[in-house]
Design a binder for this molecule. Structure first.
Ligand SMILES: NC(=O)C[C@H](N)C(=O)O
Length: 354
């Protein structure tokens, strides 16, 4: 699938490295920004417009809005796409993962920042968490107000993201999400509110630290989340198709077969409560699993929670993974060739039995 670009795309250097400033300061660390679009790169027609704005600012303009960034780090940028994050697809995620791996392998690079729409930022962040595997920081950042708005949050968020990516304290913490002064682990952070500035929410385990006066303070020494695995996607150019089905009262059981018929190799359902469905939908899912072996993962539609193991059930339980993160994990596992039992173990790793 070709990468979708919006009409107002102004950057012609897609995948081409751009030096953002002319003078390089040898005493500063080097950070590379991978810009993908989102509200942080958007403009409205007035300074009070905070819905219905257009994506279009390039990576150079994002940095130009916060020249203070250049006191912290030398910056280079890649314009990977310039889209709302609902349009981020596997071509973009894979390209990002490959390019970030290459970038972090360079000795002179301290860390990288991904600017991204907040709607699906957690999916890209989790994708990087599973596939980059570097001790250097990968920091995902977005904004809830467009660049043209009064009190736009993008510039300070970007300054903090670059600060974090350049910070030695941020080493060995995997991929992080920073927004509105908070630093969260990509493993645990999720978008919590469609509109509010303070939208990123981490479970108790996932809040890593906070910015005070633009300095990142961490609560813990670096540690891997339980269940974290890494996939080597170096030679991968396509990912397995995994669909998410949303459970609700009177859920149509035909959705499971329809999904499989449309090519899904795995299905995650955002279950009611802790991974539930109506009995008719559950029966359809089980019949599909028995007929095809397509792994079906039970997650939850509530913003947070845990789906506990049930050995009697055909469905693989998601444990702490929300549906969108369970989907990324299942996509990678299927792409690498994991079988049903291995997939089950993979999900179970995140909730080791006491
Ligand atoms: N706040 C945002 O970035 C939302 C935007 N619709 C996006 O690209 O995800």
């Amino acid at each position: 699938t070709p990468i979708e670009l919006v009409a107002r795309q102004e950057v012609h250097h897609l995948f081409e490295r751009q030096d953002i400033q002319t003078a390089i300061n040898a005493s500063l660390p080097n950070v590379t920004i991978f810009a993908t679009g989102g509200t942080i790169a958007s403009q409205g027609s007035s300074n009070t417009q905070t819905v219905g704005y257009q994506v279009g600012l390039g990576v150079q303009q994002l940095v130009d809005a916060v020249p203070e960034i250049l006191n912290i780090s030398n910056i280079a940028g890649y314009q990977i796409s310039n889209v709302g994050s609902g349009s981020i697809n596997e071509t973009i995620s894979l390209k990002l993962s490959h390019m970030i791996k290459e970038e972090l392998a360079k000795e002179e690079i301290a860390g990288v920042v991904i600017t991204h729409g907040t709607d699906t930022l957690e999916e890209t962040a989790f994708f990087m968490e599973l596939s980059v595997n570097s001790s250097k920081p990968v920091v995902c950042v977005g904004a809830m107000r467009p660049a043209t708005a009064l009190s736009a949050d993008g510039p300070l968020n970007l300054l903090q993201a670059v600060t974090l990516a350049a910070s030695p304290n941020a080493m060995d913490r995997g991929t992080m999400i920073t927004l509105n002064d908070r630093i969260g682990s990509a493993f645990y952070t999720t978008k919590n509110n469609a509109n509010s500035l303070d939208t990123f929410f981490s479970t108790e385990a996932g809040q890593l630290g906070v910015f005070i006066n633009q300095i990142p303070y961490f609560y813990y020494a670096p540690a891997d989340p339980i269940g974290l695995v890494h996939f080597d996607l170096t030679d991968i150019s396509d990912l397995a198709q995994v669909d998410i089905l949303y459970a609700h009262q009177d859920m149509d059981p035909a959705l499971f077969n329809a999904s499989a018929a449309a090519g899904a190799q795995g299905i995650v359902f955002a279950g009611v409560g802790a991974g539930g469905m109506s009995s008719k939908a559950s029966l359809a899912a089980e019949e599909l699993f028995n007929a095809t072996g397509i792994p079906i993962v039970a997650s939850h539609r509530s913003a947070d929670g845990f789906v506990p193991a049930d050995d009697e059930d055909f469905a693989i339980v998601s444990g702490f993974y929300n549906p969108q993160k369970a989907r990324v994990l299942l996509q990678m596992a299927l792409t690498i060739g994991y079988e049903y039992e291995e997939i089950k173990e993979l999900f179970a790793k995140s909730y080791p039995m006491p």
